[in-house]
Ligand binder design. Structure first.
Ligand code: NAP
Ligand code: MG
Length: 498
């Protein structure tokens, strides 16, 4: 499908995203016949009605996934063959980049430029990377001595449930699907209710690519019904969740109350960025800081939402941040020049504005922005916002806002910066800007976070694990070979030949 990025109206009108569940290789309605509305965050208007799956549909999807795992060709397939099918799937996704980017933009309010140049390419690259790993991982022989053969092998874990967030719908789907499928598992995916359609579309493409029926099922619906049914299902072997820490806790309870399924949680964050006075390129630091908090409108688990700056450079850095923040264009997400789209829903907009109101009340200084904008569009937009003079114990410094709101706190001694950086319930990411090698090394080791970046805003790449310390995560990591291992069971095969 060729899409003209210069014509947003034609763009939106040119596609009709799918809205039905995908179970056992077929597109079907929810058993109850119920549907729910999905909205365009940039206009506030309804886009479509989506199948509202509940426990009955989850039962059907789990049964399809179980049958595909036990009887189907997938788990028993030679890894090279499985690899070829996932690669074909990735190529089909790539061929549909424009269409998928538009669906994602319409439903998530994300800039089309991000969707087409970051989110969809990331999905394609992730599927390819994990597919390529499928036939390159070896099992082990134990060092047990003569006469004994101890084989330590990895086997697919079985049926995996994946419950996903709305902020990077296809990227997060890819981080789960790549290793789940490459390791030989089957899955039941519940996208966030706000962003179901792009995930349904890629399930259709997986079927078109020849991935066997029942391997990749999608059950759109609500968390407390469809999501809970996956978490509580006795025939789901593992659940991979990305979302808020609060909902993550539910999945541990669901597991305890059902079959003790494996639980993998990628949760929230309140990540710090430290800028030392010796940082030599404050302009680059300011660009990275803005990217870290304004990318995806701050609706990013690893947003660098706390800036800790050494006192002597505060004024200069804040000046650069003010300049760089003007580079961020809040606008219609379908317009290619837009770099910041809408908040996902009205309720979330209210939550972000509530944090801004609280920050004022707590005595912080609003140095940049602070308002809802583009109200006439009907959409849910907030401008880039920076508060200085933020008390580390205040709500803005401690709670995940999930919006474009940066909290700035000044420190004097480097040890104070590390103490403030680690003074959080979360531990997903962290950043330090410094030219001193010793400071960089000591700080990266001292920061309690899953990813620590130096002199840039970055999360690594597909070869590096992604996940959190403390209440940012539990049980595993997305990306890299670590992600394969978490979707396998370790088996010992013991032979005494002596
Ligand atoms: P969320 O509200 O926690 O929802 C995540 C998923 O869980 C959705 O599919 C949701 O369904 C479902 N859910 C909600 N309540 C449930 C329940 N009681 N039982 C079972 N499932 C339930 O998170 P979100 O608002 O979509 O996403 C934002 C959060 O995700 C942020 O906290 C962010 O930090 C985190 N995140 C983390 C990472 C990471 O890798 N660490 C990456 C991206 C996002 P509904 O459709 O009904 O909401
Ligand atoms: Mg939600």
């Amino acid at each position: 499908m060729t899409i003209d990025l210069a014509d947003p109206v034609a763009l939106a009108a040119s596609i009709q995203p799918p809205t039905r569940a995908v179970i056992g290789g077929r597109s079907i309605d929810a058993a109850s016949g119920q549907t729910f509305a999905t909205f365009n965050p940039a206009t506030g208007s309804e886009l479509a009605q989506v199948a509202e799956c509940d426990a009955e549909d989850v039962d059907r999807a789990v049964a399809a996934a179980r049958a595909a795992f036990e009887e189907g060709p997938w788990s028993g397939m030679a890894p090279t063959e499985r690899k070829q099918l996932i690669l074909r799937f990735a190529s089909l996704v790539e061929a549909h980049t424009d269409e998928l980017a538009v669906i994602e933009t319409l439903e998530a309010g994300k800039p089309i430029s991000d969707c087409s140049s970051i989110d969809i390419p990331d999905l394609v690259a992730t599927l390819r990377w994990h597919a390529e790993a499928a036939d390159k991982l070896y099992d082990q022989l134990s060092p047990s001595g003569p006469g004994k053969v101890g084989m330590v092998v990895r086997e697919p874990i079985g049926v995996v449930g994946a419950v996903l967030p709305w902020n990077y719908p296809l990227m997060m789907a890819g981080w789960k699907l790549g290793p789940i499928l490459a390791a030989g598992n089957t899955c039941v995916v519940k996208p966030a209710e706000q962003t179901s359609m792009s995930t349904i579309r890629i399930a259709e493409l997986a079927i078109e690519a020849g991935i066997p029926d029942g391997v990749f099922n999608v059950v759109p619906g609500f968390g407390p019904t469809a999501g809970a049914a996956i978490g509580l299902h006795d025939d789901v072997d593992c659940v991979a969740f990305t979302g808020s820490t609060e909902v993550g806790r539910h999945f541990l309870r669901y597991s305890a109350d059902s079959n003790l399924k494996e639980v993998l949680l990628e949760c929230g964050g309140k990540s710090p960025v430290i800028v030392m006075a010796d940082a030599d390129d404050l302009d680059a630091a300011a660009s990275g800081i803005c990217e870290g908090i304004f990318w995806n409108g701050g609706q990013n688990c690893s947003a660098n939402s706390r800036l800790l700056v050494q006192r002597s450079i505060e004024e200069e850095l804040m000046q650069r941040i003010a300049e760089r923040s003007r580079d961020w264009v809040v606008g219609d997400p379908l317009v290619p020049e837009t770099t910041m789209g809408a908040m996902i829903e009205e309720e979330h907009l209210g939550k972000v504005m509530g944090h801004i109101a609280d920050a004022h009340e707590a005595g912080s200084t609003c140095a940049i922005g602070g308002h809802r904008v583009r109200e006439e569009s009907g959409g849910w937009f907030v401008e880039p916002t920076v508060f200085t003079n933020v008390d580390p114990s205040s709500r803005l410094a401690r709670e995940e806002v999930f919006g474009p709101v940066l909290a700035v706190t000044v420190f004097d001694a480097p040890e104070e910066a590390i103490r403030l950086a680690n003074d959080t319930d979360y531990g997903l990411a962290g950043t330090i800007h410094t030219t001193d090698l010793r400071t960089a090394h000591l700080a990266t080791r001292a920061m309690r976070a899953g990813t620590v970046a130096v002199n840039c805003y970055g999360e690594g790449d597909i070869t590096t694990p992604f996940g959190g310390f403390k209440q940012s995560g539990f049980g595993g990591r997305d990306k890299s070979i670590a992600a394969h291992e978490q979707y396998t069971e370790l088996k010992t095969i013991w032979m005494d030949l002596s």
